[in-house]
Design a protein around this ligand. Structure first.
Ligand code: A5P
Length: 238
């Protein structure tokens, strides 16, 4: 699978447009982060304008917040709406059980909270993100970590992970600082046979705020292709 350039964008857009069909009038919608969800937010904005769709969006990042404002989607907060009807979000890897690695964009903590608060989670990606086992191809699991715990968690990771690194910013010198004021450690675990177990072990380390492993959370995954979309459905209630 070697989707690139405009073909890749078309695949992402296809998945995004499919997901927005699930958005109904009166919904509170979790707005995910990343380049694929950006297409979904744009499409929701289009429906707000053209169909008079009334929705409230709960953004998972500053990026999602700005996009929602740009496309005319009314914003709310989790404080005001702790129950969300539907969350739409992207992913970096998806396995056959609809478990995910997320967080390339550093928004994993808010994304997971919004996903957990949602009645339904729809994941939109292109078909290149599908894997047999999470962690394949040396893909890291991002950990959001309290800054003062950075060295401690890095040291702990030596027991768990073959390679871990503090994520560096591309747009400034120094580490990436998340929307929550934390840092990101990208930790490689190889092929992950038991993601739920790994998730628990990582979350037990003091200073780890959240991990990019999303186990048993997604209800539907739309894998976008150049033309069309493949739907993967969860086999049981979460
Ligand atoms: C943000 O932190 C991520 O979880 C994104 O949702 C994920 O990285 C997918 O991003 P793209 O849609 O840009 O591939």
């Amino acid at each position: 699978l070697n989707l690139k350039g405009e073909e890749l964008e078309e695949a992402k857009r296809n998945a995004a447009l499919h997901s927005v069909k699930h958005v109904k009038d009166g919904f509170v919608v979790g707005l995910g982060s990343g380049s694929t969800t950006a297409y979904a937010i744009e499409e929701m904005g289009r429906r707000v304008k053209l169909e008079g769709l009334r929705i409230l969006g709960v953004p998972t990042s500053y990026q999602a917040f700005l996009l929602a404002v740009k496309h005319g989607i009314q914003i709310t907060t989790l404080e005001e709406h702790p129950s969300i009807d539907l969350a739409i979000d992207g992913a970096d890897q998806v396995d056959d059980n609809l478990n995910l690695i997320k967080g390339r964009g550093g928004a994993l903590a808010r994304e997971k909270i919004v996903a957990a608060a949602s009645e339904k989670l729809i994941i939109i990606t292109d078909e290149t993100k599908r894997v047999k086992l999470l962690g394949e191809n040396g893909h890291p699991v991002p950990l959001e970590v309290l800054p003062m715990a950075t060295s401690f968690v890095m040291q702990k990771m030596k027991q768990f992970s073959s390679r871990s690194s503090l994520r560096e910013s591309a747009g400034k010198v120094g580490p990436v600082i998340t929307d929550n004021g934390n840092v990101i450690i990208d930790a490689v675990f190889g092929r992950i046979n038991k993601p739920a177990e790994l998730e628990c072990r990582l979350k037990c380390i003091p200073g780890v705020v959240e991990t990019g492993l999303f186990v048993d959370m997604a209800d539907i995954v739309y894998l976008g292709r150049r033309s069309g979309v493949e739907e993967l459905k969860s086999r049981g209630p979460r």
